[in-house]
Ligand binder design. Structure first.
Ligand code: PBG
Length: 345
């Protein structure tokens, strides 16, 4: 249609509208009461959507505050069991486990990452024994175990890919043997999903799933998490393996590869600055899509709420509902217990 044709059409429409007795549509009519708003609500955040990320450390009877993540702690295993039991009792279906590894156990090859008596396998065994129905997702990556604070083996300042994948495979098998329901590779090495899937199947772990951190961006929003685990990179940054914040097509490439290699769930991380990526991936695949509401996103809300500048509960519910609207089926969030509690009221 040319512009000269549009004008008369619009005029006709305006004329027709002016003959109506009133507005045909008043969208506000459907927002009038809480019951009505509930009835026509398009997306719902539920406790079923949540995975609660938790930090474990060695020792007994201790919980250590994480200063950049107010309200979050590193727990020794005995206290972690209480924490995850509370989460389970609130109806949260799964937890993601992250370890604080002692400096003397760290090396370049992340050897401790596949020690069957290490902190993570011990924690997995204890949690699965105490609460068999709580899903346990373990993080597969070398950074908590790496003396360099990188997600892979370092040689001459470079992060080696295939050599690292061989270690990640050992780590994944070690977690599967301990009883993990899902392994969650967060390292961004190429080919790791396929290598892990093949190894799990070869060892008979056909029911151990893979939650793939598929579109994981090189992000400053991970800062507080690295404080929690004392795992900040000792040199450089993670830009040769984690994705460039400016890229969207590449996220589809990563997701496509991970799906072809056997991922059960694909993840976008961080969540908030990447909602468009969540939406694209949701449209691209029939697999469940997870979003990680990361430590920096948590810290920003906590900091502003502590100042009295925003209302924490309302902001958190709005944010996480936004992630659902964008297309996330599963949300990892440090607010999981709070959300579960708020949803019960
Ligand atoms: C490590 C890992 C990181 C996070 C989860 N797994 C940090 C990183 O990649 O440097 C970040 C989680 C968060 O910030 O909440 N592979």
């Amino acid at each position: 249609m040319t512009s000269t044709e549009i004008a008369p059409t619009l005029q006709a429409a305006a004329a027709a509208a002016s003959t109506l007795p009133a507005m045909a549509h008043r969208p506000r009519r459907l927002r009038r009461t809480e019951g009505l708003r509930r009835m026509v609500r398009e997306h719902h955040l539920t406790v079923n959507d949540l995975i609660y990320p938790v930090f474990v450390m060695t020792g007994t009877g201790q919980k250590a505050a994480i200063s950049s993540m107010p309200g979050c702690h590193r727990y020794t295993l005995d206290l972690l069991l209480e924490e995850v039991t509370a989460a389970y009792d609130l109806g949260i279906p799964g937890i993601a486990l992250f370890p604080l590894i002692a400096p003397d156990l760290k090396d370049n090859a992340g050897t401790e990452s596949y020690n069957p008596e290490g902190l993570v396998p011990q924690a997995v065994r204890a949690i699965k024994q105490a609460i068999p129905n709580l899903l346990v997702f373990t993080d597969v990556a070398l950074d908590p175990y790496s003396s360099a604070g990188h997600d892979g083996i370092v040689e001459n300042g470079e992060i080696l890919n295939d050599e690292t994948v061989a270690v990640l495979v050992k780590q994944a098998l070690c977690h599967a043997e301990a009883g993990a329901d899902f392994v969650s590779p967060s390292d961004m090495m190429d080919g790791r999903i396929g290598a892990i899937r093949r190894a799990l199947d070869a060892e008979g772990w056909i029911n151990v799933g893979i939650l793939a951190y598929s579109a994981k961006y090189a992000s400053a929003y991970y800062g507080p998490f690295r404080d929690a685990l004392d795992s900040a990179p000792q040199f450089g940054d993670k830009k040769t393996y984690q994705m460039d914040a400016a890229n969207a097509q590449e996220a589809l490439k990563e997701v496509t590869l991970d799906i072809a290699e056997g991922a059960d769930i694909v993840m976008v991380k961080p969540a908030l600055a990447y909602m468009d990526i969540i939406q694209r991936i949701r449209q691209h695949t029939t697999l469940p899509v997870a979003a990680y509401n990361v430590s920096g996103e948590y810290a920003m809300v906590k900091a502003a709420a502590q100042q009295g500048w925003i209302d924490e509960q309302t902001v958190v519910m709005e944010t996480l509902t936004g992630l659902k609207r964008a297309g996330a089926d599963v949300i990892l969030t440090y607010f999981a217990k709070d959300v579960a509690t708020w949803l019960q009221r």
